[in-house]
Design a protein around this ligand. Structure first.
Ligand SMILES: NC(=O)c1ccc[n+]([C@@H]2O[C@H](COP(=O)([O-])OP(=O)(O)OC[C@H]3O[C@@H](n4cnc5c(N)ncnc54)[C@H](OP(=O)(O)O)[C@@H]3O)[C@@H](O)[C@H]2O)c1
Length: 200
């Protein structure tokens, strides 16, 4: 099993950590203020979730990034080349308190994130559900909650798809980033904030 890191320990980073821990998976999680500030979360999710530095979290085989849009460049600067490791882009180009969409100049938000993680194989996922639906039990209405993912690297996408399935979600591969990234982009795409269930 690949090692897992989480950069960003707020709503979505912590929700992903809870989903991992509930399924017996381990990860290293980091925020901007240092591991010592995450003792509450790591006590809740022991022994599966450990706090680390951003460098430690980002060194994992598979790294979920969940940081406010305007903070992404600072969070990801100065890290070594990603050397083919997998990045899950859970970010949306809009943030509290103003909720003003960021200027993307016609690009997909994941294309911009990809530029911040040179050498990574990027898969967009975990950006389109509210945090409580990421951390909560994905079994619902007699089926499984749908989680969309997309990306251009087929092998990376298969690995993320396997993780999504391991967490109990019904993963749906939307194809390359140009397709899936557009469908799940928030704001703008038609799929975010839907709570869908797949049967069978
Ligand atoms: N909230 C949702 O339901 C939801 C759903 C889907 C996607 N998203 C997306 O997920 C991303 C995170 O959202 P959120 O709601 O989880 O945000 P949040 O609750 O505000 O948490 C943000 C996290 O990012 C960390 N961070 C900020 N600057 C950093 C830096 N320079 N280096 C390392 N870590 C840094 C913060 O650490 P400190 O606390 O130490 O500053 C905090 O742990 C956003 O792009 C958002 O659009 C959110």
């Amino acid at each position: 099993m690949s090692s897992i890191g989480i950069v960003g320990a707020g709503n979505i980073g912590a929700a992903f950590a809870r989903a991992l821990a509930r399924n017996g998976l381990s990860a290293t999680i980091a925020n901007s203020r240092g591991p010592q500030t995450l003792s509450g979360l790591t006590a809740e999710l022991a022994p599966h979730i450990r706090a680390g530095t951003i460098e430690q979290a980002a060194a994992a085989d598979l790294v979920l990034i969940a940081v406010p849009w305007s903070k992404l460049p600072a969070a990801l600067s100065g890290l070594p080349d990603w050397a083919g490791r997998i990045v899950i882009d859970a970010n949306n180009p809009i943030e509290a308190p103003l909720f003003k969409p960021a200027e993307l100049n016609g690009r997909l938000s994941s294309e911009i994130v990809a530029g911040l993680v040179p050498g990574a194989r990027l898969v967009k996922a975990f950006n389109h559900l509210f945090a409580n639906l990421v951390s909560g039990d994905p079994r619902a209405e007699g089926g499984s909650r749908v989680l969309f993912y997309s990306g251009d690297d087929v092998a990376a996408k298969a690995e993320v798809g396997a993780l999504i399935a391991r967490l109990g979600f019904a993963g749906i591969d939307l194809g390359p980033l140009a397709v899936g990234g557009s469908l799940t982009q928030f704001p703008g795409g038609p799929l975010p904030a839907l709570n869908l269930v797949k049967f069978g």
